[in-house]
Design a protein around this ligand. Structure first.
Ligand SMILES: [Zn+2]
Length: 269
């Protein structure tokens, strides 16, 4: 039984060149599964390539909520930081790519709703893409990994309307009361590695039922040390924190979290 990171971005240009060392350090920290999350067709393909190289890396294939409407955002002149000048694929092209590669997906993600970057005129389109992706995951019997920002309530409504039950919410940043509601709906929520600096995640560890919590990093983002890139090995520090918060042994925490992972993904980490 091992630790796991349900939300990494190992294809990120700051991490990918050091993938060998990152995977080695993760193994040394007791990590047996890293779910690397794709953002768009090119990143999904890179995620599949990476998962083929490392046995502990599992590919989540998705369409980032901003990427879901990026061509429309750029056409409307909306400011959004990008690392490329390449024209982004349409949501239709991205969904077609996903349909063609579904059998290789460990999970579908990250997908969701983002009302922070996406202007209101595009929320309806963003939601219709999200619904198609949720149905795709349900039909293929895959777990869903959710990214949502400033749209948490609507995201829950959509998931409940579509009947999605195998869901993990990554980096949930709304009210703890809503996190408890989400857990009551049967969904999981993952705690990131910066938990010791983030009161909202500390309160989630206290108040969300233990069997609904998972661990993530969102690496290279959200590291426990300011100025340092985050990496999957850091989930061990989160597990230490959870053991302190729950007042039990690390072994008990690791066992509980491994069962939670299995309940969502259908396999042991
Ligand atoms: Zn992410």
């Amino acid at each position: 039984m091992g630790l796991f990171d349900v939300h990494a971005h190992l294809t990120d240009r700051r991490l990918a060149p050091n993938a060998d060392a990152l995977v080695e350090r993760a193994r040394a920290a007791g990590v047996t599964t890293i779910i690397s999350n794709g953002l768009n067709p090119a990143d999904n393909q890179a995620t599949l390539d990476l998962a083929a190289r490392y046995d502990i890396v599992r590919p989540a294939l998705g369409l980032y909520p901003v990427d879901a409407v990026l061509p429309e955002m750029l056409a409307a002149g909306v400011e959004y930081p990008r690392e490329t000048d390449e024209p982004p694929p349409s949501a239709e092209e991205a969904i077609e790519w996903l349909e063609d590669h579904l059998d290789q997906a460990f999970a579908i993600g990250e997908i969701g709703l983002d009302h922070y970057w996406v202007p209101e005129e595009l929320w309806v389109r963003q939601e219709s893409v999200f619904r198609r992706l949720v149905r795709l995951a349900i039909d293929a019997d895959k777990a869903i990994i959710i990214h949502t920002r400033k749209a948490e309530r609507r995201t829950l409504e959509v998931l409940e309307e579509e009947g999605a039950t195998r869901v993990n919410w990554h980096c949930f940043s709304s009210k703890v009361k809503l996190a408890v509601r989400i857990a009551a709906a049967g969904h999981h929520l993952s705690i990131p590695a910066n938990v010791r600096k983030a009161q909202n995640f500390q309160r989630m560890v206290e108040r969300v039922p233990r069997e609904k919590l998972l661990l993530e990093t969102d690496c290279p983002y959200l590291g426990p040390v300011r100025g340092e890139l985050n990496e999957p090995a850091n989930v061990a520090g989160t597990a230490d924190y959870v053991a302190e918060a729950w007042g039990c042994s690390r072994l008990a925490v690791d066992e509980q979290l491994a069962s939670n992972f299995e309940a969502l993904f259908g396999v042991r980490p």
